[in-house]
Every structure is written in C-alpha cells, then in structure tokens.
Design a protein around this ligand. Structure first.
Ligand SMILES: NC(=O)c1ccc[n+]([C@@H]2O[C@H](COP(=O)([O-])OP(=O)(O)OC[C@H]3O[C@@H](n4cnc5c(N)ncnc54)[C@H](OP(=O)(O)O)[C@@H]3O)[C@@H](O)[C@H]2O)c1
Length: 243
C-alpha cells in the first residue's frame, strides 16, 4: 500500500527521542519532509543527523513548546505544511506540569498550527495520547487526566475542522524507549518491569517504531476516512471495550 506521504510536509513536536523520533524517521522513510522540535540542542542535531540519508528531508530546531512566541516563529518560517503531530508531554505526575505542558502548551501549539494546514488537500493532526487517558492510576492521576482531556479536545477539534482537516488521536500503551521511563524501570526495578510485561497480553512492551507506523498511517492520505478517532496501540492491554 502506498501511504502517499511522499512530498508532503510534516511537523512533529518532541522529535529527538522515543516515539517522536520514531515518527520522524518513519515519515521520512516514506518520503515525507519532516520538521521537528525538542529543547536539547545536542539531541536535536543527533536526531537530524540520524535521518540524513532518508528519502524525506529532516530538519530539527531547538525550542520549548511552552514558548508560544518561538513556536509561532518556527511555523511562520516553515510556511504551509500538511501534517501536525503534537507529541510532547511533561510525562509528569505533577498537576502544574501536566496542565502547563500536556494541556495548555499542546492546545496553544495545535491552534497555532491550524492556519498553516489550511491550504493542504491532505491536512491531518494526529495527537499522541496514551492508554493512561482511560485508566485510573492513583500515582499518575494528573498525567492520565491530561491525556483524557486532550483526547476529548481532539474529538471536538475534528468536528470543528472537518472536512478540511482530519484530526485523530493515537494512544500508545507501554512503550520501551531507550533511556526512557520503562528502560529505567527495567534496569532499576526488574520485578516491576516483569509485572508490566505480564500486564501486556503480548508479553512485552511496544517499540517506538510500532507506535510510529500507526501514526504514519493515520496521518497519511491512505487513511482519508479516519477522522475523530482514538486508535489504541496498546497490544490489547486495555481490557475495556472502547466504544
Ligand atoms: N513511552 C511510553 O510508554 C508512552 C506510553 C504512552 C504514551 N506515550 C506518549 O508518547 C509521547 C512521547 O513519549 P516518549 O516516551 O517517546 O518520550 P521521550 O522519549 O521522553 O521523548 C520526548 C521528546 O519530547 C521532547 N520534549 C519534551 N518536552 C518538551 C518541550 N517542553 N518542548 C519541546 N520538546 C520537548 C524531548 O526532548 P527534550 O527533552 O530535549 O526537549 C524528546 O524529544 C508522549 O506524549 C507520551 O505521553 C508514551
């Protein structure tokens, strides 16, 4: 199947590591030109260099999505694009962090992106949520609540922007990112890590690539009738029926 991503322009926030970096790579492998941001300059350069030989052009910039002025400058410098993927999370159980980054900055960045998608015939916004948005978890209530709020906002945004822009959420399950949260649990709390593997019916965590491939499809013209959806890529770990 041709995803018809070649020649399109995508913008990914938080693209220097983990799921975001995998999304950048998969889109560029499909011939999409990809522009991404992250705060750390060195990791931005490294991620960009890592994609230098892919069919699509990859260009990173160092900025914090909480800085609305810098985000606006970045978008203005890029001009029109086709795909926007808000991927940044504070990954925090702290309410102030979750509200500031996962909600306020994500809504502001998404609203700022909309005018730049307006001229595309294949416009899509794909928000990176989490299965945590639909699971009660006393030790990370702020994170889950923010993900639930954003999936709700994205659904409303889909109804507001269709038929011009398709808006969807992709909700990953437990994903093993090198140097990330679960990697640290694996190293420091092997018993807990084993429990996390066992709660996944596939007996393992996802790789970032397994999430990124779904994101690339949902964001692509090949998914032209997918809108207002929330796709769980959780290896069957959420037992409730998603209606
Ligand atoms: N890993 C999982 O198990 C899992 C499961 C479900 C959902 N998710 C979701 O997937 C997304 C990515 O998670 P991940 O695990 O891949 O995280 P990650 O490996 O920590 O990567 C996060 C990326 O975002 C950048 N970033 C963080 N804060 C930023 C900010 N304020 N402004 C700009 N860039 C920023 C980071 O670079 P800098 O630090 O240099 O800025 C990095 O490039 C998140 O939305 C998360 O909630 C992850």
């Amino acid at each position: 199947m041709d995803l018809k991503l070649a020649g399109l322009r995508a913008v990914v926030t938080g693209g220097s590591s983990g799921i975001g970096a995998a999304i950048v790579r998969v889109l560029a492998e499909e011939g999409c030109d990809v522009y991404f941001c992250a705060r750390g300059q060195a990791s931005v350069h490294a991620a960009q260099a890592d994609c230098a030989t892919l069919p699509g052009r990859v260009q990173g910039v160092s900025l914090d999505v909480s800085d609305a002025g810098r985000v606006q400058q970045w978008f203005s410098a890029l001009g029109a694009f086709d795909i926007f993927i808000p991927n940044v999370s504070a990954l925090s159980a702290n309410w102030d962090d979750a509200i500031a980054t996962d909600i306020r900055a994500t809504v502001a960045t998404t609203e700022a992106a909309i005018p730049f998608l307006a001229s595309s015939a294949n416009a899509a916004i794909t928000y990176i949520g989490s299965k945590a948005g639909s699971l009660a978890a006393p030790n990370s209530a702020a994170y889950g609540a923010a993900k639930a709020a954003m999936a709700h906002y994205m659904k409303s945004l889909a109804l507001r922007l269709l038929p011009s822009i398709r808006v969807n959420t992709v909700s990953p399950g437990d994903t093993l990112v090198e140097g990330g949260f679960w990697d640290k649990v694996r190293a420091q709390e092997p018993a807990t890590y084993q429990q996390v593997q066992q709660r996944n019916p596939l007996g393992r965590l996802a790789s970032p690539q397994e999430i990124a491939r779904v994101v690339a499809f949902v964001s692509s013209p090949a998914a032209s009738f997918v809108a207002g959806a929330n796709w769980y890529v959780d290896g069957g770990s959420v037992a409730h029926v998603q209606i």
